[in-house]
Design a binder for this molecule. Structure first.
Ligand code: ZN
Length: 403
């Protein structure tokens, strides 16, 4: 690829506008401007200015800009929207993964290992670790990442996790109800009281979302309802870890409470699928978790066939899915979960944006934030076609060229 810069014209804003041209294949996710659900355009151009997409169309009709970037026939798509990640933590669970891959089963209890390490870490260590993962994700094309608390499980440790997360992303999620804190092992009701009371008060100022791990070994349906409704009363919007390890009430609860997403959705009844399809709650699938726990994948085809909105996300966390690669999730979703390459790319961009209720990301259209991923490939299909191969050629986040 080549870039050519010219001096900014008098009167233009401090940040120069940029014409990206020579785009062999452009995923807009804007069905009004391209073909199919991905809104595909070929031989296209995009103009970005002041952090925003201002023009999209055929390369031959592009307007002038201060700077020009030649995509050299490569594919351009919206930056990935990773709507489910757990990135405020310390420590390492290599031994647990190694044991699991040697035959042991996964349970929710492993979270407590990370809780102990996270509590022992300094603010600076947690911040540096989080910054490293946000950067790691950005280098793989992720321009929006959600980040949950949930490895502190005390009032102060949960609040500091969210305070640190808020320095890196606006998509912060209060997950005090990840597992019952070890101090409350004999008093789970007392822990729910803490999560819905003093801990919520301390965390709400730093959080946009409230989440709960609704699962055997974590929180049952009644407890999950208490956590979510308390969060809603404090102005947070719910999302739910639902139906990951077993059938359960999580999906129905998510739909009933108008949650933005029900995440995992691995064990679904026909009623669960119908509830998701009939609602605005996004089914967020996290294949890294099944991959890393050697478990059966969720059936994306069944959800799509019913008309549910599907998102793909990494679930990046040190225990059950230690990947920050959305491309990896796309490849697994195509190979193992019945998704077409187009559907998987849509789920990893527009789907994630829906799951975070962000109309400004996950698409390339006038008015959208200029979050762009240029692949070192002629088509988005290569994300599944060339699994494990680094394909990032360039990334812009809010109009700033990051690499
Ligand atoms: Zn999770």
């Amino acid at each position: 690829m080549s870039t050519h810069s010219t001096t900014a014209a008098p009167g233009s804003p401090a940040a120069p506008s940029t014409l990206i041209t020579g785009i062999g294949s452009l995923v807009t996710n804007d069905t009004a401007h391209g073909t199919g659900p991905l809104g595909l355009l070929t031989d296209a151009a995009v103009v970005i200015d002041a952090g925003t997409v201002v023009w999209v169309g055929p390369a031959g009709a592009a307007q002038a800009a201060d700077e020009r970037f030649d995509a050299g026939g490569r594919a351009l798509l919206p930056g990935f929207v990773d709507s489910h990640a757990h990135l405020v933590f310390a420590g390492d669970r290599t031994a647990e993964f190694n044991a699991r891959m040697s035959g042991q089963a996964y349970s929710a209890g492993g979270i407590r290992t990370t809780v102990a390490a996270t509590r022992a870490a300094t603010d600076a260590e947690l911040d540096a670790n989080l910054a490293r993962f946000v950067r790691e994700a950005l280098h793989q094309g992720t321009t929006t990442v959600e980040c949950k608390s949930g490895y502190g499980l005390t009032v102060e440790d949960e609040a500091r996790a969210l305070r640190i997360a808020a320095g890196h992303t606006p998509e912060t999620t209060y997950l005090g109800a990840h597992v019952v804190a070890p101090e409350f092992a004999d008093d789970p009701a007392g822990y729910v009281d803490l999560v819905t009371g003093e801990m919520l008060d301390a965390c709400a100022p730093y959080a946009r979302w409230v989440d709960v791990f609704c699962e055997n070994g974590a929180f049952d349906g009644d407890q999950a309802r208490a956590v979510l409704t308390a969060g809603v009363a404090r102005g947070l919007t719910p999302r739910v870890h639902a139906n990951q390890l077993s059938y359960g009430p999580g999906v129905q609860l998510a739909v009933e409470l108008g949650a933005a997403s029900a995440d995992h959705c691995t064990h679904l009844t026909d009623e669960d699928v119908a509830a998701l399809a009939g609602s605005a709650t996004v089914a967020t699938l996290l294949p890294g978790a099944e991959f890393s726990t050697r478990a059966a994948y969720p059936d994306a085809r069944r959800l799509l066939a019913a008309g549910a909105t599907v998102a793909l996300s990494t679930d990046c966390n040190p225990g059950s899915s230690f990947t920050s690669s959305m491309a990896f999730c796309i490849a697994v979703a195509v190979r193992e979960m019945g998704m077409t390459p187009d559907e998987a790319v849509h789920a990893a961009t527009a789907g994630g944006a829906r799951a975070l209720r962000r109309p400004d990301v996950g698409l390339i259209a006038p008015g959208a934030r200029a979050d762009l991923l240029l692949l070192d490939a002629p088509s988005h299909v290569h994300l599944a076609y060339r699994p494990g191969v680094p394909l990032t050629a360039a990334v812009w986040r809010a109009g700033v060229r990051e690499l």
